[in-house]
Design a protein around this ligand. Structure first.
Ligand code: ZN
Ligand code: FE
Length: 258
């Protein structure tokens, strides 16, 4: 599968996914139609599906225009988001599958950022599209769920094979790593990744994808049981209980104000 990141809006990524054997394509989170339609035409492929990780406007904004331009396109989203996903045709839930040409993907239900958030996982291609739930070295805001929900989502995504590539919804990597470093100043993997990410952004290059293995080394919302991170969270919240969910809640609170 060919994966083409398409930068949209200020810092969003839509992704065009192409099955090269059949020239069928799907797009994940088309915030705007124009850049996606241009990429579809340039690649000479047939757009057969739109996959929305969640209903926010910066992930679904191009749905209706694309559906008009590319007749017969199916629009996938979680069943809870039926009323708030423009043009939705296919309601999905945990474990449901879909195909782009001959390539199979399955949906993981990961509610919290919104209560109808899904990830799209390609087991054979070793790739997962995580929307605004798992960012590189970060996680999304807890708009419609609890710290426990987000912790469960991190555990679920980190249970995918270590070499799974992680493609997220926004280019937040540098800021996320600066925050990670504030909680784990001696983490050499975070230091190195931050330097690398700053170099990439200076060239206007994207920092996606990372991998599941890498997130385990650099992501503070995954590393809630790390000693240095916990000590630094405790400095600011002396009464925090040192279980995963409590530490994630306080880490998220710190990130909201970073
Ligand atoms: Zn969002
Ligand atoms: Fe977003």
């Amino acid at each position: 599968m060919k994966i083409i990141p398409i930068p949209v809006l200020a810092d969003n990524y839509a992704y065009l996914l192409i099955d090269e054997a059949t020239k069928q394509a799907g797009v994940v989170d088309p915030s705007e139609a124009g850049p996606v339609a241009d990429t579809v035409k340039r690649e000479g492929v047939t757009l057969s599906s739109i996959i929305n990780t969640h209903h926010h406007w910066d992930h679904v904004g191009g749905n209706e225009e694309l559906a008009k331009e590319f007749a017969g396109v199916k629009i996938y989203g979680h069943k809870r988001d039926q009323a708030r996903t423009p043009g939705i045709t296919n309601l999905v839930d945990e474990g449901d599958t879909m195909k782009i040409g001959g390539i199979t993907a399955r949906f993981l239900f990961i509610p919290c950022h919104t209560n109808g958030h899904v990830a799209l996982h390609f087991p054979n291609e070793k790739a997962v599209f995580t929307g605004d739930t798992l960012f590189i070295a970060g996680c999304g805001r807890l708009f419609e769920g609890t710290a426990e929900d987000m912790h469960n989502n991190m555990v679920k995504l980190m249970s995918l094979p270590d070499d799974t590539r992680v493609y997220c919804g926004h280019e937040y990597t540098v800021k996320n790593l600066q925050f990670a470093l504030s909680l784990e100043p001696s983490n050499a993997k975070v230091q190195a990744k931050l330097q690398w990410a700053q170099d990439m952004r200076a060239k206007k290059a994207p920092t996606i994808p990372s991998t599941v293995a890498e997130e385990k080394e650099i992501n503070p919302f995954v590393r809630v049981l790390n000693g240095e991170l916990q000590a630094n969270v405790k400095k600011q919240f002396p009464d925090v209980a040192l279980d995963a969910v409590s530490v994630l809640a306080k880490t998220r609170q710190l990130k909201d104000n970073f």
